[in-house]
Design a protein around this ligand. Sequence first.
Ligand code: NAP
Ligand code: GLV
Length: 306
Amino acid sequence: MKIAFCCTDTKAEPWITGLRAALPDASVEVWLPGAPPADCAVVWAPPQQFLDEQPQLKALFNIGAGVDALMRRRLPPGALVVRLDDAGMSVQMAEYVCHAVIRHFREFDGYEADVKQGRWSYRKPRSRADCPVGVMGLGVLGERVARALRVFEFPVNGWSRSPRAVEGVRGFAGTAQFHDFLAASRVLVNLLPLTPDTQDLLNRDTLSRLQPGGYLINVARGAHLVENDLLALLDEGHLAGATLDVFRTEPLPAAHPFWTHPNITITPHTSARTLRDESIAQIAGKIRALERGEPMAGIVDPVRGY
Ligand code: NAP
Ligand code: GLV
């Protein structure tokens, strides 16, 4: 088995060492232009040239959950695209989203500002019933997030393409129930994959449908959000704030208004990081399953795009 490693923005050496240790019978090499074609590839946003040079590829193992960068490429015919299937990401995402929701709900930013001014002041406790959280996407990450929010007793709505039953979560499915889902939610958490159907889905029309004083948490992809629509709805007061981990352009350009907006909290695409050891163990297990002709989890449907 010949495995090529082609991951943009990733230090290759520890991955190569780990993959060689996990798959001692395989040859694992960093891809260089013109290298002999491989049987499998471990990738993140690979250049088109890499894909064009892999006519016999059986599978592309993406070292992230989202495969949108791969789906924009021309892929080798017959190659499976396999996503990371949790591998330690869902617990990170649950802690990030719960932190953002609780920080907003309990007004911790306001308390911090008061303390900085030397003020010992109380705010009226809010009712949890007035803070229903809508989770867009009930997949590997969204379901974990929805369950974690239920532990804190927030009312939770979930929206997916097909109906999903998650205990304690009010389920909505498909475009037919999208507006009802938004109207039932005050805080909106985006955990959708980026596909032609979901690009720009967070826009003036959809965000206006949230309950007044709405709050957006975008942890999926920057291209889901029409950034100027968010800014307008914050200025108009329909939305109270946003926590954003992903942006249309990353790194976020220095002059972008999100850096300084008083009601926007940003983080640098860090809500659920790829954990190298867990990912290598998972990919090695899947490569062994592929060699034995056994099924594996995380195969992407190229028609759905996720
Ligand atoms: P997943 O397991 O593929 O789940 C996707 C969910 O979205 C499913 O519930 C799916 O519905 C739903 N969905 C897809 N298209 C839809 C549509 N058009 N309308 C309604 N629902 C739709 O994905 P995941 O592993 O949870 O990850 C979600 C995304 O998070 C990734 O694609 C990636 O972009 C992002 N992410 C971000 C970070 C970060 O650090 N910021 C880290 C990891 C992942 P069905 O259940 O009906 O299929
Ligand atoms: C990160 O954004 C991922 O998709 O894993």
